[in-house]
Write a protein that binds this ligand. Structure first.
Ligand SMILES: O=C(O)CCC(=O)C(=O)O
Length: 282
């Protein structure tokens, strides 16, 4: 578990440089279990490489990952990562997308891009999505470690698609997690090795934004009912500030059998008023 000072230092790194690396975030046992779960999922569901050049013709990406193996639930909730995301966004943030990024030998480098560049906000802007790249293999230059352009989250424009840029190679040992502001220019590297590079992308966004993956429709209700409450909230069974995301004044978490969700802001205001009137009377 990170100390308060470590959480703040990583949050400052994301604000100032656009990224922060948490070495040793995941234990070797968890890393091993996650790789085994990915291999099992690929095998049992006959999943193969992606079908677009951006995603990578030699890269296996499993989307909607929480539906495949309960061990994956630990990733978005991880206590060495989530507190940093909550510090940069807030505690009502959402999981935006969660997929595997397994680069096979021969995978070419991905074009430099930003994860939220299609959102029409003038740059630079506040962080709107924080992506966590989990290194399950050692990230090396020869096996396709992610390339980043430090400080680019503050640039006034987005990268030109397909252009080459001078980038820093984010080498890190397996078990590390690199968190970055989605406005940071970055891209996967080329895998020139003869091994697969195992990784996850686990991205979080504000509770007032649309998530990249539609997790409420994509995850069967019976699966979501088994999640820990915090994971249910992260997947969108929550109401931002008691206003955004309600269903007829109810918190959608009640759809999962939870008894009482959050009060809506308008109801909470009346409760507060009644309490004040009560105190004044007595
Ligand atoms: O595979 C990587 O290292 C990064 C992938 C990435 O940035 C993306 O797919 O958007």
């Amino acid at each position: 578990m990170l100390t308060e000072a470590q959480v703040q230092a990583h949050a400052d790194g994301i604000r100032d440089d656009g990224y922060a690396v948490i070495e040793g975030a995941a234990s070797p046992g968890l890393v091993e279990g996650l790789i085994a779960a990915l291999q099992r999922t690929e095998r049992e569901h006959h999943l193969g490489p992606a079908k677009t050049s951006f995603e990578g013709f030699k890269t296996v990406r499993i989307n909607n990952l929480l539906t495949y193996d309960d061990l994956f639930w630990e990733v978005p909730l991880h206590q060495n990562v989530l507190p940093v995301v909550e510090r940069v966004l807030d505690k009502e943030c959402l999981l935006s997308s969660f997929c595997s990024l397994v680069l096979g030998p021969g995978q070419e480098a991905q074009p430099i891009h930003e994860d939220t560049q299609l959102i029409p906000l003038p740059r630079p802007h506040i962080p709107i999505t924080i992506n966590a790249i989990w290194a399950l293999s050692d990230f090396r230059e020869d096996n396709g470690a992610t390339r980043i352009i430090p400080g680019s989250h503050k640039y006034a424009s987005s990268p030109e698609y397909g252009r080459d840029y001078d980038a820093v190679i984010a080498t890190m040992p397996a078990g590390s997690v690199m968190l970055f502001d989605s406005a940071l220019w970055h891209g996967g590297g080329a895998n020139h090795s003869d091994e697969r590079r195992f990784a996850f992308s686990c991205a979080y966004c504000w509770g007032w934004m649309r998530q990249q993956e539609n997790l409420q429709l994509g995850i069967p209700l019976e699966t979501a009912k088994r999640f820990p409450r915090r994971l249910q909230e992260l997947c969108g069974y929550s109401v931002y500030k008691g206003q955004f995301g309600h269903i007829d004044n109810h918190d959608p978490i009640e759809l999962l059998g939870r008894e009482r969700g959050k009060r809506m802001v308008w109801e909470a205001t009346d409760v507060r008023k009644a309490r004040t009137a009560e105190t004044t009377k007595s």
